[in-house]
Design a protein around this ligand. Structure first.
Ligand code: GLU
Length: 427
């Protein structure tokens, strides 16, 4: 299922992440040598590989893996399957992973990658062969203590199971089982963790809840709109609805729908199952022109799809008082300036969607230690940790009377700076 709409090419995501980084680095007066190191990506892999299609024809695919930084631990980050994947996008997304894992206090660095494909054009068996051959081509560029992929846009637990099986199959029999943590986000029963499926969306919900608590706002009856009804969007909506909030608009790759009286999350999910993963023609809502989606009357807006969706073109028309970034890089720098000037709150991606990688870390720990944690344990840990990180960012924002993204970047970069200053540079 394609979880989104078009990517806006106006300003590259790499330029966005670098502007965000440099802005925070200026404020903390980051050591100039460390700024040089953090401004580049350590390794960039582009691989082309052939796969036999169902009709017997060979197709050649292009895969990417960019490893930005590993000063704090092994590289960590998702693999996405989408036509917009290219080396620049992978670099930007890898950088965001480094800031995210650092902010979350995890012992990880940042990486990202994927395939430049539209997965809806391939059968399940083709996707399996493509994934397995991609994994084989990645070889030892990934590894449980080196670089640990996870699901991202259009990849899921099944994709991770294929990667795991292929990776393990290339190892001698005596070493296979110790490689179970080469990927996270696996199915339960194949080393996956309870709660990993909902962790990102739950984290988005928690961030909104914590923010609302600080502002003394109740979430009951608040109206929210959602771009992207994939894993992140679905779970964020599920938890918000449980809290009494109302979903009044959804946009995905196929179109946009709205109902000011509320769209039932479970009903929409069930409808999509029957409708090839599309929200179009959902009977309990009306269709909406895609260019007017962000103008919908609402209180909270959750972009949970691709990058560069909120820009100077639409930021001025947004009605929500809060943007909760479920996606990576959904708001560009100009778009954010407009939002902030209008007094709209922004929960930045590296904070708002870090629940996913946090639960990935719990999965990785369980695999490494041969443990199995109950759902309740995972969710309790997630709650506690997300609150800690949220409080740090919110308080820093308040202290500086500034925005939460800059605060989050400052905390993330300071942790990396400290690690570099302690360790020094080899040789
Ligand atoms: N793809 C997710 C993200 O962007 C999860 C990464 C992970 O769990 O490693 O944060």
């Amino acid at each position: 299922m394609i979880t989104n709409v078009k990517e806006q090419p106006r300003q590259g995501m790499l330029e966005n992440v670098m502007r965000q980084f440099n802005h925070a680095a200026d404020i903390i007066e980051l050591n100039s040598n460390i700024r040089k190191i953090l401004s580049i990506t350590n390794n960039e892999l582009i691989i082309h590989f052939p796969v036999k299609m169902d009709n017997g024809e060979i197709e050649v695919f292009t895969g990417y893996r960019v490893q930005h930084n590993n000063a704090l631990g092994p590289y960590k980050g998702g693999l996405r399957y989408h036509p917009t994947v290219d080396i620049e996008t992978a670099k930007a997304l890898a950088m965001w992973m480094t800031w995210k894992t650092s902010l979350a206090g995890l012992p990880y660095g940042g990486a990202k990658g994927g395939l430049k494909i539209d997965p809806s054009k391939y059968s399940t068996s083709e996707l399996e062969r493509i994934t397995r051959r991609f994994t084989y081509a990645l070889g030892d560029n990934i590894g449980p203590e080196h670089d640990i992929p996870a699901p991202d846009v259009n990849t899921n637990a099944q994709t991770m199971a294929w990667i795991l099986d292929t990776y393990m199959s290339t190892k001698p029999p005596t070493e296979r089982s110790k490689n179970q943590h080469v990927v996270t986000g696996k199915p339960i029963g194949t080393g996956g963790s309870e709660g990993r499926d909902r962790a990102t969306g739950y984290g988005v919900f928690l961030n909104i809840k914590f923010w609302a608590e600080r502002k003394k706002i109740s979430l009951a009856d608040k109206r929210f709109i959602l771009q992207g009804f994939g894993n992140v969007g679905y779970w964020a909506a599920y938890f918000l609805e449980n809290e009494g909030a109302k979903l009044v608009g959804v946009q995905d790759a196929f179109g946009s729908i709205t109902n000011k009286n509320g769209i039932k999350v479970a009903a929409l999910a069930a409808y999509m199952e029957q409708n090839n993963g599309s929200i179009l023609n959902f009977p309990e809502a009306s269709a909406l022109d895609k260019d007017h989606f962000f103008e919908l009357d609402c209180d909270i807006c959750i972009p949970a799809a691709l990058g560069n969706q909120i820009t100077a073109d639409n930021a001025g028309k947004i009605k929500a008082f809060l943007i909760a970034e479920g996606a990576n890089g959904p708001t560009d720098v100009e778009g954010e300036e407009i939002l902030l000037n209008r007094g709209i709150g922004v929960l930045p991606d590296i904070l708002c969607n870090c629940g996913g990688v946090m639960a990935s870390y719990y999965e990785w720990l369980q695999n490494r230690n041969g443990e199995y944690w109950q759902l309740e344990d995972v969710m309790t840990r997630l709650d506690k940790k997300m609150k800690e990180v949220f409080d740090k960012v919110y308080d820093k924002g308040q202290e500086r009377q500034g925005d939460m993204r800059t605060a989050a970047f400052m905390i993330a970069i300071e942790r990396l700076e400290k690690a570099y200053l302690q360790r020094g540079i080899f040789p």
